[in-house]
Design a protein around this ligand. Structure first.
Ligand code: ZN
Length: 141
Protein backbone atom coordinates (compact mmCIF):
# COMPACT_ATOMS: atom_id res chain seq x y z
CA UNK A 1 0.00 0.00 0.00
CA UNK A 2 1.15 3.51 -0.80
CA UNK A 3 -0.11 6.66 0.79
CA UNK A 4 -0.60 9.58 -1.53
CA UNK A 5 -1.15 13.14 -0.50
CA UNK A 6 -3.87 14.31 -2.85
CA UNK A 7 -5.50 17.57 -3.69
CA UNK A 8 -8.67 18.45 -5.54
CA UNK A 9 -9.30 21.09 -8.20
CA UNK A 10 -9.68 23.79 -5.60
CA UNK A 11 -6.72 22.65 -3.50
CA UNK A 12 -8.34 20.82 -0.60
CA UNK A 13 -5.74 18.36 0.55
CA UNK A 14 -6.43 14.86 1.80
CA UNK A 15 -4.86 11.40 1.87
CA UNK A 16 -5.58 8.24 -0.07
CA UNK A 17 -4.26 4.70 0.12
CA UNK A 18 -3.59 2.72 -3.04
CA UNK A 19 -1.97 -0.62 -3.77
CA UNK A 20 0.34 1.01 -6.33
CA UNK A 21 0.61 4.03 -8.60
CA UNK A 22 -1.38 2.49 -11.47
CA UNK A 23 -4.13 1.60 -8.99
CA UNK A 24 -4.28 5.27 -8.09
CA UNK A 25 -4.42 6.32 -11.75
CA UNK A 26 -7.14 3.77 -12.55
CA UNK A 27 -9.26 4.87 -9.61
CA UNK A 28 -8.97 8.51 -10.59
CA UNK A 29 -9.84 7.67 -14.22
CA UNK A 30 -12.92 5.78 -13.10
CA UNK A 31 -13.98 8.64 -10.87
CA UNK A 32 -13.62 6.56 -7.71
CA UNK A 33 -11.51 9.13 -5.93
CA UNK A 34 -13.31 12.25 -4.85
CA UNK A 35 -12.48 15.11 -2.54
CA UNK A 36 -13.95 14.33 0.93
CA UNK A 37 -14.54 18.04 1.43
CA UNK A 38 -16.26 19.14 -1.79
CA UNK A 39 -16.70 15.90 -3.79
CA UNK A 40 -14.55 17.15 -6.67
CA UNK A 41 -13.33 14.37 -8.97
CA UNK A 42 -10.48 16.42 -10.35
CA UNK A 43 -7.86 14.80 -8.13
CA UNK A 44 -4.12 14.96 -8.43
CA UNK A 45 -1.18 13.94 -6.34
CA UNK A 46 0.33 16.61 -4.17
CA UNK A 47 3.57 15.21 -2.71
CA UNK A 48 4.66 11.61 -2.57
CA UNK A 49 4.83 10.38 1.00
CA UNK A 50 8.00 8.57 2.00
CA UNK A 51 7.90 4.78 1.96
CA UNK A 52 6.29 3.37 5.07
CA UNK A 53 7.54 0.30 6.91
CA UNK A 54 5.12 -2.62 6.98
CA UNK A 55 4.95 -2.68 10.74
CA UNK A 56 4.21 1.02 10.88
CA UNK A 57 1.48 0.58 8.31
CA UNK A 58 -0.15 -2.21 10.31
CA UNK A 59 -0.13 -0.14 13.44
CA UNK A 60 -1.60 2.79 11.56
CA UNK A 61 -4.40 0.66 10.14
CA UNK A 62 -5.19 -0.67 13.59
CA UNK A 63 -5.30 2.83 14.96
CA UNK A 64 -7.76 3.86 12.26
CA UNK A 65 -9.81 0.73 12.94
CA UNK A 66 -9.95 -0.31 9.29
CA UNK A 67 -11.72 -3.66 9.11
CA UNK A 68 -9.72 -6.39 7.43
CA UNK A 69 -12.23 -7.29 4.72
CA UNK A 70 -11.71 -10.31 2.56
CA UNK A 71 -12.07 -8.82 -0.91
CA UNK A 72 -13.38 -12.00 -2.49
CA UNK A 73 -15.97 -12.48 0.22
CA UNK A 74 -17.07 -8.88 -0.14
CA UNK A 75 -17.38 -9.18 -3.92
CA UNK A 76 -19.45 -12.33 -3.53
CA UNK A 77 -21.79 -10.54 -1.17
CA UNK A 78 -22.13 -7.54 -3.49
CA UNK A 79 -22.81 -9.92 -6.41
CA UNK A 80 -25.67 -11.60 -4.60
CA UNK A 81 -27.03 -8.21 -3.56
CA UNK A 82 -26.81 -7.12 -7.21
CA UNK A 83 -28.82 -10.20 -8.29
CA UNK A 84 -31.44 -9.46 -5.63
CA UNK A 85 -31.77 -5.85 -6.76
CA UNK A 86 -31.95 -6.89 -10.41
CA UNK A 87 -34.86 -9.22 -9.59
CA UNK A 88 -36.83 -6.51 -7.83
CA UNK A 89 -36.22 -3.44 -9.99
CA UNK A 90 -36.63 -2.33 -13.59
CA UNK A 91 -33.44 -1.29 -15.36
CA UNK A 92 -33.86 2.18 -16.86
CA UNK A 93 -30.17 2.55 -17.71
CA UNK A 94 -28.92 6.10 -17.99
CA UNK A 95 -32.49 7.47 -17.92
CA UNK A 96 -32.42 6.93 -14.17
CA UNK A 97 -32.50 10.59 -13.14
CA UNK A 98 -35.33 11.42 -15.56
CA UNK A 99 -37.41 8.39 -14.57
CA UNK A 100 -36.86 8.90 -10.85
CA UNK A 101 -37.89 12.56 -11.11
CA UNK A 102 -41.06 11.69 -13.06
CA UNK A 103 -42.02 9.02 -10.52
CA UNK A 104 -41.27 11.42 -7.69
CA UNK A 105 -43.45 14.11 -9.27
CA UNK A 106 -46.26 11.63 -9.87
CA UNK A 107 -45.94 11.85 -13.65
CA UNK A 108 -45.21 8.15 -13.87
CA UNK A 109 -46.54 5.11 -12.05
CA UNK A 110 -44.44 4.29 -9.01
CA UNK A 111 -42.12 1.34 -9.49
CA UNK A 112 -38.72 0.35 -8.15
CA UNK A 113 -36.09 1.31 -10.71
CA UNK A 114 -32.34 1.05 -11.02
CA UNK A 115 -29.92 2.67 -13.39
CA UNK A 116 -27.02 5.04 -13.61
CA UNK A 117 -26.72 8.76 -13.12
CA UNK A 118 -23.99 11.26 -13.80
CA UNK A 119 -22.57 13.43 -11.02
CA UNK A 120 -24.63 16.37 -12.31
CA UNK A 121 -27.83 14.32 -12.40
CA UNK A 122 -27.11 13.06 -8.90
CA UNK A 123 -26.73 16.61 -7.62
CA UNK A 124 -29.99 17.60 -9.29
CA UNK A 125 -31.83 14.65 -7.74
CA UNK A 126 -30.51 15.59 -4.32
CA UNK A 127 -31.52 19.22 -4.82
CA UNK A 128 -35.04 18.23 -5.83
CA UNK A 129 -35.29 15.84 -2.89
CA UNK A 130 -35.78 12.73 -5.04
CA UNK A 131 -34.86 9.77 -2.85
CA UNK A 132 -32.26 7.34 -4.18
CA UNK A 133 -29.38 5.23 -2.91
CA UNK A 134 -26.01 4.53 -4.47
CA UNK A 135 -24.70 1.00 -4.51
CA UNK A 136 -21.52 -0.55 -5.88
CA UNK A 137 -23.09 -3.27 -7.99
CA UNK A 138 -20.99 -6.08 -9.42
CA UNK A 139 -22.32 -8.11 -12.35
CA UNK A 140 -21.65 -11.78 -12.94
CA UNK A 141 -19.52 -12.48 -15.94
ZN1 ZN B 1 -12.18 19.81 -2.61
Amino acid sequence: MIKYDLKCGISHSFEGWFSNSSDFEDQVKEGLVSCPICGDLNIERAIVAPAIKKSALKKDLKKRNVPNLNELELKTKIRSLTREIEKQTVDVGDNFAEEATMIYNGKKKSKPIRGTATKQEEKKLKKEGVPFIKLPLIKDN
